[in-house]
Design a protein. Sequence first.
Length: 569
Amino acid sequence: MADALQTIQEVVRYWSNEKPDAEVFTFVNKHGRCGVYTPREIAKLSQRFASLLRHTYGFKAGDVIANGLPNSPERLITDIGIIMAGCIMVNCQVLEKDGSDLWNTVRVAECKGVILPVSSSSAPYCLFQPLLVPNTSSSSNAQHEQHKGFAFVSTSHAPELTKAVLVNRSSVDGPNPIQHSFLDRLNSMDDPQDLPLGDADDIVVLFATSGSSGFCKLVPRTHREILDAARSFQGAKDARYFSDRPFGWMGGFPFDYLAYCSVRVLQDQYAGEHATHCRDIWSVIGREKCTAAAMVPITLNELIREFQTEKPDFMLPAVVTSGQPLRENLCKALGLITHAMVAAYSSTEAGMVCASLVTSQAQMTDFFSGRPLPGVEIKIVDDEGNEVAKGVDGQVLVKSSRNLKNYYKQPEETKGLFTADGWLQTGDKGWLDEAGNFYCLGRTGDAVLQGSVVIYSSWPEGILAKCPDVLQVSVVVIPKGTGENILCACVVVRPDSDLTEEGLMKFYKESFFGGSTFGTEASNSSPKHPRGFLIELHKILLLQDLPKTQSGKINKKELSSIAKKAVLA
C-alpha cells in the first residue's frame, strides 16, 4: 500500500495509521536518550506546524522556507511540517559572517521565510537577530501565544524574505517573551483539518550542493522523486540505522522513514550536548544497539586508529561509507569494528549511483566505489567526450531516471550540465573495470573534497578578495602524497601594505562563524562564538605577481607548481 502513495503528505498520514506507536526516530546525545518519536507524533506535530505556517503565519503553497535548525526533534518536525503545508524546504546554511553565501541562496530560491533556533550559538540566528522585528499581534489569546514564536524580518539583502519562525526550548526573555517551548506549543494546539494534498510533481525540497561560482546550486526534488529515491534504498528497510548527516542535506534526509518506516538513530545537536569524539560516537552507536551506521571515510579511519591497541567491545553488522574517494586502508575496519561495509557513490544531482557490499579485505582496493545500481548507467569519457577503454580513467557521466532535470532558477549553473545526448556530467573522475565495478578518483578541476563536501577554489578566493589589502588572489589545488588534495592561496597585496601571510590567514578564518575545519563544530562555541564551519585553506603565499599566460589569464599550471614547491618544501 505505501508503495502506491504519490506524495509525502499521504505517506506521513499512512504510517501514522499503519504503525502509530513504532519508535522510528531516537534522538540521543552524549548523556543518553533525549527523545523518541513515533509516526503518530510525527504526523500530529508536523500537521499542526503546517497549519501554523498556512493559517497563522500566512505562507502559501509553493513558498520556499529556509530551515536553520540543526539535527533535532524540532528539525524533524519543521522539515516535514513545511512539506505538509505544501511549501518547499531549503537548508539555511551560513558559513560567512556577513551571510554572503546564505543571501545568495535566499535570493535564488526567493525564500519567503526562515526557521531559526533561538540560540546565541547558532550562526543563522546570530546573522538574523539584528534583522528581526518583534510581532505584536494580539487578535486572541490563543493566537497571540502562537505568534510568540514568530517575528518579521527586514533586510535589503533579501526583500522577499519577511517572516521568521523562532524555535526555542527554554523560556526566552525580551520584548516578546516566549514562556513555552516550541514543541510544547505544538502539543497544546488542537488538531487542524488536513490541508489539501499536493501534486506528485510539486517541488518539496531544494537540496543545496557546491557551486563553482562560490555559492550553492539548488537541486529541486518533487514528491515523486523523493519517494522514488526512498524506495530504492532497500538495504535500509530493516536496519536500526545511525546517521549524523544533516537532515537538510541529501545524505541525511529521512528517505528510509518515508519508504519503510525504518528506525533512525541520530544525535540531537540543538543544545550542543552531542558527542563529537569518535569514541564517544561509537559508544552512542553501541548503547542504542544499532545494526548499521553511516560513516564518512575520515570517521572510519579515526575509529581504526582509536582501536589499534584496544579492541572495541562490539562490532557493527554493517557500515555504509561514501562521500570521499575510498582507499584500501579502510579494509582494516573489517573484523575490527564491522562485519561488512557498503561502499557507495552518490551525488545530489544523480542520487544513489553505485553500491556494493564489501566483506573481505581483497574487495577493498583504492577508489573502489561499488557497482552501478539497477537502472543506472556510467560512462567514462576523455576531454573530447570520447568513451575510453575499461581501466582508463576519465570524466564520469551518469544516466539515471533519478538525475535532476535542472538547477532551481539557476540557468547559468545548468548550462553544460548535460551532454547533447542526455548524460549528466558529474565533475568527477574515475574508471570502470572489466567486471563493471566503478572507481572514483574524486573531483576534476579546481575543487577538493573536505569531509563529504565539494569545495571549489572560487569559494576561498571570494573571501580573501574581501580583504582591502588584497589586489589579486588565486587558489590552486595541490596534491599531497597521501592521495588527498589541499587548497593553497596565492595572493598579491597592495605595495604599501604590511599584511603578512599570518595576518591574512587570521582575516580568512575570522570571516567564518566559528573556527573549526569544514563539517565539524567549532571547539570554541560559546554565547560569543556561535558554532560554525571553516573551509580549510592549507597555506597562503604572498607573491609579487601571479604568472600569466600569453592571453593575459592567470597561468594556473605554473602557479600550482610554485605553490606545490612551497607547500611540500
